[in-house]
Design a protein around this ligand. Structure first.
Ligand SMILES: [Zn+2]
Ligand SMILES: [Zn+2]
Length: 169
C-alpha cells in the first residue's frame, strides 16, 4: 500500500531518521505539483512520546500572477509533531501539534500532514521572473514575449480614462 507511513514498532529510545518518497498524486496533491515529494523524518523517541520532525521538499508548475505563464517552483516545508503515548482525555486537545497514539501503535501515517504543509508552502506570490512585464491590460498580449501597439508607457490609469474621453471629444 502506498502512503507515507513510518514504522515505529520496535523503535528504540533515541533519535532515528527515515527517508520517504511519494508521488504527489498519491498524496492527494493537485496537478500543479509535478515532482516527487521527498520526506526526511526525524524521530526522537522517549518513554512518553515520539517527537517527529518532517522536512519535505517537492516542486511544481505554478501560474505567474502577472502573465499567467507557467513557472517551476520548489516547495519546501518543515514541521514538528508530538505523538504522545496515551489517551487524549488527559491532556488539552486544542494544540494541533500534538497527537495521541496508543503505546502499541506500529505505524504513524503522515500523509495528511505532509499534504497540508506542502499546500501551505506554495508561495503566495509567484512571478515567472522578477521583472515580468505581465499582460497588456488592453489586448491581453504577454509582454514578455510579444510587443503590441499599446506600449508600456501608455498604460492608462483608470482614473484618467474619463478625462481622456473628455479631451478627445
Ligand atoms: Zn510572468
Ligand atoms: Zn496591447
Amino acid at each position: 500500500m502506498s502512503g507515507l507511513r513510518i514504522n515505529i514498532s520496535k523503535l528504540s529510545e533515541g533519535v532515528h531518521s527515515r527517508s520517504l518518497e511519494i508521488e504527489p498524486a498519491d498524496l492527494g496533491l493537485d496537478e500543479r505539483f509535478t515532482e516527487a515529494v521527498k520526506v526526511l523524518a526525524t524521530l526522537e523517541k522517549s518513554t512518553k512520546q515520539l517527537y517527529l520532525t518532517v522536512e519535505l521538499s517537492t516542486g511544481g508548475t505554478f501560474m505567474c500572477d502577472r502573465c499567467l505563464d507557467e513557472c517551476r517552483r520548489d516547495v519546501r516545508s518543515k514541521y514538528s509533531m508530538v505523538y504522545m503515548f496515551g489517551s487524549e482525555s488527559t491532556l488539552k486537545p486544542e494544540n494541533q501539534e500534538i497527537a495521541f497514539i496508543h503505546p502499541d501503535t506500529s505505524f504513524i501515517e503522515i500523509d495528511e500532514d505532509v499534504r497540508q504543509y506542502a499546500v501551505l508552502a506554495v508561495p503566495q506570490k509567484i512571478l515567472c521572473r522578477e521583472d515580468c512585464k505581465g499582460l497588456c491590460p488592453q489586448c491581453g498580449i504577454n509582454r514578455n514575449s510579444a510587443i503590441c501597439s499599446h506600449g508600456e508607457k501608455d498604460e492608462i490609469d483608470p482614473r484618467w480614462q474619463g478625462l481622456q474621453k473628455f479631451l478627445k471629444n
